[in-house]
Design a binder for this molecule. Structure first.
Ligand code: C5P
Length: 306
């Protein structure tokens, strides 16, 4: 008989886009104050944590050559941090299966860290709630807390303070993945350079919150906005062409996702999203396209094998 597989927990965790991202001035700690609306969409990573013969991390899927498979990976830092808090040895194996674009502005690394926290809490039978995991998530990175909860949420502080936003209406998206990635700190730095010390332009969040409550994608399309878009476009000028092509293909609006270079296009429904995706895929303005919907739940256990 083959030896029994060691106990393991697998967690599915979504990508995020920002429906609204207003970036304040650079703070003394190197971060920027944000007012953002996070929205979890149906592109997922799967993270398995397992008891094993020694610690380790393996990465599979799209863009794996760009993902560190060592202790510098944020998901591994999440393991170490929870191990410290719980008084455990971090003697687990971590397997990341990537479906979220790497360095794409969709918080894939943060998602994996959130999934590792949820998975380990179950594997070690700590049974911590999301609210109990949130402070560790916030320490690990600005987007990790949101990946725990998913849905649609208002984020403040550096992005780690989360308040859920009720949205009963699903929205349909085409996600255009770019060739190559962008470094988040460099995009924030480029925004500071473009602003050259001037005050940020006022970008009120109320219109996007009203549009989410109303559920009409046409109203939401009018209120999408991201202060980091100008910086991402300045660093990757081709994005201008991608953004225009999506709207020409029939999307209601397009926006750079977070720090980019992924672009998200809002569509009037699921069929329209398929049409836009098909047309955009044929234009050569991006590496590949995906259709997605949101909001979807945050990090969630899909298999618990004792
Ligand atoms: O928190 P996280 O590790 O994701 O942030 C990565 C980098 O992005 C930070 O080191 C900082 O340069 C930039 N950042 C920022 N303001 C934020 C979030 C991130 O300047 N609110």
């Amino acid at each position: 008989m083959p030896p029994a597989a060691p106990p393991s927990v697998t967690v599915r965790v979504p990508a995020k886009i920002n429906l609204h991202l207003a970036v304040g001035q650079l703070r003394a700690d190197g971060f920027h104050d944000l007012v953002t609306v996070f929205h979890a969409v149906s592109l997922f990573d799967e993270v398995t944590v397992a008891h094993g013969d020694g610690p380790g991390i393996e990465v599979f899927g799209e863009g794996v050559t760009e993902v560190p498979a060592d202790e510098t990976n944020l998901a591994w830092r999440a393991v170490q941090r929870l191990a410290e808090q719980a008084g455990h040895e971090p003697d687990v194996r971590l397997v990341l299966r990537k479906g979220i674009p790497v360095a794409g502005g969709m918080a894939g690394g943060s998602a994996d860290a959130a999934a590792a926290l949820v998975g380990l809490s179950a594997l070690w039978k700590l049974d911590l709630t999301r609210d109990e995991l949130a402070p560790i998530a916030a320490e690990l990175g600005s987007d990790v807390t949101f990946a725990l909860y998913g849905g649609t949420a208002l984020g403040t502080g550096r992005g780690e303070r989360i308040v859920p936003v009720l949205s009963r209406h699903p929205q349909h998206w085409v996600i255009a993945l770019h060739r190559g990635g962008l470094s988040t700190p460099k995009v924030f730095g480029e925004l500071d350079r473009l602003r050259a010390g001037a005050d940020p332009v006022d970008r009120p969040v109320e219109p996007v919150l009203e549009a989410i409550a109303g559920g009409d994608p046409r109203q939401l399309a009018l209120s999408l906005g991201n202060d980091l878009q100008a910086a991402a476009v300045s660093m990757v000028p081709d994005l201008r062409r991608t953004l225009r092509a999506g709207v020409d293909a029939g999307a209601l609006a397009g926006v750079v996702s977070g720090s980019g270079p992924t672009c998200a296009f809002l569509c009037s429904g699921a069929d329209a999203a398929m049409d836009v995706a098909t047309e955009l895929a044929g234009l050569g303005v991006c590496r590949t396209v995906r259709v997605a919907h949101g909001p979807v739940p945050g990090a969630k256990i899909i298999e618990n094998a004792e």
